[in-house]
Write a protein that binds this ligand. Structure first.
Ligand SMILES: [Zn+2]
Ligand SMILES: [Zn+2]
Ligand SMILES: [Zn+2]
Length: 336
């Protein structure tokens, strides 16, 4: 995500900022403008804060006739019913991650139809607490369910270690589940199944059998060559959702690097001639050039993270088979 600038003092801002850290100007993010506005200045005229600002700290603004909830908050259908402080703190984290997701999807030109507009297939989020019921993270017919406890760092890290996953974040969950939603939008239409099945396999295979096999036997030997993660090996739908999440990771992180003017001149992985950081230019006509730049950037950022004693930023390796899947997805996203 690109950095935004305070219209009053020029300080660099993030969409999570409701006030400028330097000059204390009240701020609001307007999705239709892709900009952060100073609300008590002329640019703030005609914009009001999202109704959820006092409850979840939403930092977005809407035009009065487009409210009262912003484009992200209106997608939330279910939240826990009481004022438990832990649930509330977790909800704040998830809503913030969801706003990042909505900014990216909008930037990519992917349609977001909310459930209020299409009660059958529109998008909605049920944000539930295991305090009241068992919660399974997942997607069904446009409804994405997220366990609020995933916002708790200690809990999520415990699960990550238990499940032997290299990466587990709230934003990653959202990017995976929205992938299932976009399978319906981008693939489940006449003429598109064959190309999907050639790369990801036949999604008509029993999902229940696939789950049982995966948890009994684990990923097949040598899976790294064909799938981006062990979880992706379970079923073609999960392969698609995992690949979609990686597509969003890669595009957003490259866009951020590009917005900050980053380029690599040092040793790079996977290229003979050095790497420029990919931008959205038309000449980036295939995903292969994006993958080249991403591999170079991810290799460098992993090394930077290790210098700080952190885990790798991107603990995955893209193989030709995985890049082919990402390239197919890239074409579908661009055609949408
Ligand atoms: Zn400022
Ligand atoms: Zn909002
Ligand atoms: Zn899934």
């Amino acid at each position: 995500m690109k950095p935004y600038e305070c219209g009053r003092c020029g300080h660099l801002l993030d969409i999570a900022d409701a006030t400028c850290p330097r000059c204390a100007a009240p701020l609001g993010f307007a999705l239709p403008l892709d900009d952060i506005l100073v609300l008590d200045g002329p640019e703030g005229d005609g914009w009001v804060r999202c109704l959820e600002h006092p409850t979840t700290g939403c930092t977005w603004v809407v035009a009065p006739d487009d409210g009262p909830r912003c484009e992200s908050c209106r997608l939330t259908r279910t939240v826990p019913g009481d004022d438990d402080p832990d649930d509330h703190a977790n909800l704040v984290v998830i809503e913030q991650a969801k706003r990042r997701l909505v900014v990216q999807l909008t930037g990519l030109g992917l349609p977001i139809v909310d459930r209020g507009v299409d009660p059958e297939g529109g998008l909605a989020f049920d944000l539930k607490s295991t305090r009241y019921e068992p919660v399974t993270i997942g997607h069904a017919d446009g409804v994405i369910t997220i366990d609020l406890a995933e916002s708790d760092d200690a809990h999520r890290e415990m699960l990550r270690a238990q499940l032997d996953e290299p990466y587990r974040t709230v934003l990653g969950h959202l990017r995976h589940e929205i992938g299932h939603y976009y399978w319906e939008v981008l693939v489940a239409r006449p003429g598109r199944h064959d190309a999907f099945r050639a790369l990801f396999g036949d999604e008509r295979e029993s999902y229940q059998d696939a789950i049982e096999r995966h948890y009994a036997e684990g990923a097949p030997p040598g899976w790294h060559e064909t799938w981006v993660s062990a979880y992706a090996t379970m079923h073609p739908w999960e392969d698609w959702a995992e690949t979609f999440a990686h597509y969003l990771h890669i595009r957003d992180t490259l866009d951020t690097a590009s917005a900050f003017g980053m380029s690599l001149a040092g040793p790079v992985e996977g290229t003979a001639d050095g790497a420029m950081i990919a931008t959205d230019d038309a000449d980036e006509s295939t995903f292969w050039s994006v993958a080249r730049d991403w591999t170079a950037l991810a290799t460098a950022l992993n090394a930077v993270n290790r210098s700080m004693g952190h885990a790798d930023l991107y603990p995955f390796a893209l193989t030709p088979a995985v890049i082919n899947k990402l390239a197919h997805l890239h074409d579908l996203v661009r055609s949408s």
